[in-house]
Design a protein around this ligand. Structure first.
Ligand code: CDP
Length: 225
């Protein structure tokens, strides 16, 4: 019985992957790596530099050329890490609605995926890692020792995202969030390259009626099984 060295967690928007991934990594003493923040960082830079969202070649160049720095948190404002791109701390900016509305379009570009997946794979193969995303178990690290696909209904996921935003002191509209979550899932799961879907060997956890502690316990049991 050995604890898996590479753990992949995939699933749709706001299904609780980050919460689970962070807790699992902490419990095992592993690196927690959230791949979504890389796609969000490139989307933020695209908007910041006013590159057209349909300009696939220019956005791919950004993904290939501009390094994304992820490091230990420098501030105690609820962040789990610092995200810096082109000298700017964008840790919270990448959570804003403008980024959220455009990230799935940017993530569908093959060149962007290739550039970011390569970096993710290099880090993942070092082991002792919990990597979270949409295509980790299927494309980035198909050799992962444990794959979890965390699912929940769109309504439950929108509720969680709504409460998360209010918890941070922000303003949100539940219906608006629900529409955006559904739209992001649609784009993520129908794109040609690395669409969101469970790997054939993934354990599927439906978290609709499970709180965060129970999801963690189930995932931890899978690590120790
Ligand atoms: O936290 P949430 O589930 O809302 O999203 P995220 O994990 O931060 O990912 C944001 C977006 O990045 C997703 O909607 C996907 O379009 C894209 N993404 C991806 O394509 N592949 C990944 N491995 C991770 C994220």
């Amino acid at each position: 019985m050995t604890t898996p060295l590479i753990i992949a967690i995939d699933g749709p928007a706001a299904s609780g992957k980050s919460t689970l991934g962070f807790r699992l990594a902490e419990a095992l003493g592993y690196l927690y790596f959230d791949t979504g923040l890389m796609y969000r960082a490139i989307t933020w830079l695209t908007l910041e530099r006013q590159v057209g969202i349909h300009d696939e070649a220019a956005i791919t160049r950004l993904a290939e050329e501009v390094p994304i720095d992820v490091s230990a948190p420098s501030l105690q404002d609820g962040r789990v890490c610092d995200v810096v791109i082109a000298g700017r701390d964008i840790t919270w900016e990448i959570r804003k609605p403008e980024v959220e509305s455009n990230v799935s379009a940017v993530s569908a570009y093959a060149g962007v995926r290739q550039a970011l997946s390569l970096q993710q794979r290099r880090i993942g193969l070092r082991g002792r890692v919990v990597m979270v995303g949409r295509d980790i178990g299927t494309v980035v690290l198909p050799e992962a020792d444990l794959k979890i696909y965390l699912d929940a209904s769109p309504e439950e996921r929108a509720k969680r995202r709504y409460e998360e935003i209010l918890g941070r002191g922000g303003h949100a509209n539940f219906d608006d969030i629900l529409v955006k979550v559904i739209e992001r899932d649609r784009i993520d799961s129908t794109r040609a390259v690395a669409p969101l879907k469970p790997a054939p060997d993934a354990f599927i956890l439906d978290s609709d009626r499970l709180d965060a502690d129970t999801v963690f316990e189930k995932a931890y049991d899978l690590c120790k099984a």
